[in-house]
Design a protein around this ligand. Structure first.
Ligand code: WTA
Length: 651
């Protein structure tokens, strides 16, 4: 602890920059035994029973892991049966905690709503009955397209209750993006809302949904929540409030699901032009997020937890909804952005709700830092016990700022690395066990095994940079990775492929103490403000625009957002690179994906740098976008284009 203080006071950085967990935290923490790593190792895979034991099973698993014998697949908790909604609701109400707040919602306009576990249970049962009215059955996929409002959580848990996997689509996505995701999952019911507020203005969501439903190739049913309060329903929409009222007070028995039955679908950006579909299981996923919420976020039922992620992303699924609710804690739902209406909004929310655990992204922390510590001077943040970060690398300066100004040097910080594909956290410190190293993530969690490998799949010595791979199964592993063939296909490595390697696409380095530093993506995935975007998806949207011949998208360095989207666009020969084309590029990307993917920079060029075999060399474009020397251009068929681009970007 004193180390940490000196560090911050003097601003010096030493090699061995470690901060011990504050004793006041350790005294009360859930996991304090330093031998937990060895025990989990020795007992693997049975160690993961501790995670499963945090849940209520209607039928206990016969074993922890069925490794598939000679087949390629694995199954977590085979024979086990459970229901996620029962785990997140009924068992807490049955334990006499029905009056505890489950959801504390903070709306965009400053409104607040509270739902106790009993109230949430009531709504979820009524809506589950409503979904059955719409003939939704187990294994039908229900699409949920809403901002962060309590009804989204109700709908998720109602789906889970009847065994219908949900597919939450981030509300900022476009009609096209929504339609693609619905079709890929053959989902014909969508629960949405009429609109939401952005910067104080009402944004229409319903017409986006209508357009999406018009473009899918089958009949759909839409259920609409009245978020704006002006009942702007059109023709055939079903009203959420009617369904709820029609079934108020009814109970729907939770449908027993096998451990590896699906709980939800989620789409993420990968290296292809199409979004990647990830399907998470009921027993494995829920055990993983419950265990990491317990061991890493240190959550207890008495805690108020605030994870600032949008529920449309995996972080929101795992640590706004399923983890905290499985453990019976209070979860804060926030619909807005950190600076609306003022830059002190987050601190108001923490003070008002006496938040214990706060989990956010480096992009937000960098913004707080830029705004300065004054904007939080008037707030009492002493309720905080633990801070977390996720989504992208956090640099040492931002880490220390977070530690000092938000945590008052009394709260441990957990820097947690994981992905949509891992379902829950994989690398972090255990906050009461491990010393913190600002800017270095931590060790693989107990029971998780990772390695850093070179392009041939060979494990690298400590201190060398390579690709992070997961070398043993983990409970939060998605269904596709449990099924052998897809697991093998997920491996981008060329040789040494063995069964238990999942290539993460991240560049990493392990230190000699086993801590791992994450250094960014190795593939064509950008991280903009902690949101994952595929460059190929954006390129496909751009080349679909009339008059555009080719496009290449790279990441520009950005202090606040991590990356920006920089598009190099080559119009067809007879098309002028004028402002209206620029506007069409922006609109094209917004329509195909959503505002989140719209390029910040668009550079028109007569040609893109290519190898003799015609492959676009993005690393030259990246260097140019970031004002760096692109280096040797002899591999290019058209080296002259680099000079042209440098002068264009300088302008
Ligand atoms: C990045 C979000 C550094 C990483 C949970 C990963 C991180 C991608 C960290 C997954 C971290 C996540 N330090 N980088 N603590 N956490 N990342 O699927 O590149 O939206 O592959 O899941 O975010 O993003 P996704």
């Amino acid at each position: 602890m004193s180390d940490g203080r000196n560090e911050i006071a003097t601003g010096q950085s030493r090699m061995d920059d470690r901060i011990a967990p504050p004793p006041s935290f350790v005294e009360q923490a859930n996991v304090t035994d330093p031998t937990v790593y060895e025990t989990f190792d020795a007992e693997w895979p049975d160690c993961w029973r501790r995670a499963a034991d945090l849940l209520t099973w209607t039928q206990s698993p016969e074993s922890v892991l069925d490794d598939g014998g000679d087949s390629d697949g694995v199954r977590w908790f085979p024979g086990g049966r459970l229901n996620a909604s029962e785990n997140c609701l009924d068992r807490h109400v049955d334990a006499g905690r029905g009056d505890q707040t489950a959801i504390q919602w903070e709306g965009k306009l400053g409104e607040t709503r509270t739902k106790t576990y009993r109230e949430l249970h009531r709504d979820v049962n009524a809506f589950a009955a409503g979904l059955r009215d719409l003939e939704v059955e187990a294994d039908d996929v229900v699409t949920l397209f809403m901002p962060v409002i309590p009804e989204l959580v109700v709908a998720m848990l109602a789906c889970a209750r009847i065994g219908a996997p949900h597919s939450v689509v981030f509300a900022g996505f476009s009609a096209d993006a929504l339609a693609t995701r619905m079709e890929r999952a053959e989902s014909d019911v969508v629960v949405t809302c009429d609109g939401y507020y952005r910067r104080g203005n009402a944004v229409d969501l319903l017409s986006k949904v209508d357009n999406a439903c018009l473009s899918v190739s089958y009949e759909t049913t839409q259920v609409v929540v009245d978020r704006l309060g002006d009942e702007r329903y059109l023709g055939d929409h079903r009203r959420y409030c009617d369904l709820l009222a029609a079934h108020d007070g009814e109970t729907v028995d939770p449908v027993e699901r096998a451990a590896d039955d699906l709980l939800f679908y989620i789409y993420t950006s990968g290296t292809t032009g199409e979004p990647t579909q990830v399907r998470h299981t009921t027993g494995g996923y829920l055990s993983h997020v419950a265990w990491t919420s317990h061991a890493v976020l240190d959550l207890e039922p008495r805690d108020t937890h605030w994870c600032t992620a949008d529920i449309g992303w995996i972080t929101g699924h795992s640590y706004v909804v399923y983890g905290p609710l499985a453990l019976g804690a209070t979860t804060v739902l926030y619909e807005g952005t950190p600076d609306q209406p003022e830059k002190d909004r987050f601190w108001k929310i923490i003070e008002r709700n006496a938040v214990d655990v706060f989990y956010t992204a480096p992009t937000a922390i960098r913004a707080f830092m830029k705004w300065g510590a004054d904007h939080l001077a008037d707030y009492d943040l002493s309720s905080l016990r633990l801070l977390g970060t996720v989504g992208e690398p956090i640099d040492e300066t931002a880490w220390k700022w977070y530690y000092k100004h938000i945590g008052n040097e009394e709260c441990p910080i957990v820097d947690t690395w994981w992905q949509t594909e891992t379902g829950g956290m994989m690398l972090s410190t255990l906050p009461a066990v491990d010393a913190m190293r600002p800017g270095v993530v931590g060790r693989p969690l107990p029971g998780v095994e990772l390695a850093v490998v070179n392009g041939l799949g060979e494990e690298l010595p400590d201190g060398e940079t390579g690709q992070l791979v997961v070398t043993k199964p983990w409970p939060g592993q998605p269904k596709s990775l449990c099924e052998g063939t897809e697991w093998a296909q997920s491996i981008h490595l060329t040789e040494s492929i063995d069964r238990w390697r999942y290539a993460t696409g991240d560049s990493a380095m392990r230190h000699d103490d086993g801590y791992v530093s994450l250094l960014g993506r190795l593939d064509d995935v950008l991280n903009v403000s902690g949101k994952r975007l595929g460059t190929t998806e954006i390129e496909s949207a751009i080349v679909a625009i009339d008059g555009i011949a080719e496009a290449a998208v790279v990441g520009g360095d950005d202090e606040l957002r991590g990356s920006t989207v920089h598009a190099y666009v080559s119009p067809e020969a007879n098309v002028a690179a004028a402002d209206d084309l620029r506007t069409r590029v922006r609109e094209g990307v917004e329509d195909a994906i959503g505002p989140v993917a719209v390029p910040t920079e668009i550079t028109f060029t007569s040609a893109l740098p290519k190898t003799r075999s015609g492959k676009i060399l993005r690393r030259y474009l990246e260097a140019i976008a970031n004002g760096e020397d692109p280096g040797d251009t002899s591999a290019l068929r058209n080296p002259e284009v680099v000079g042209e681009l440098e002068s264009l970007v300088d302008d």
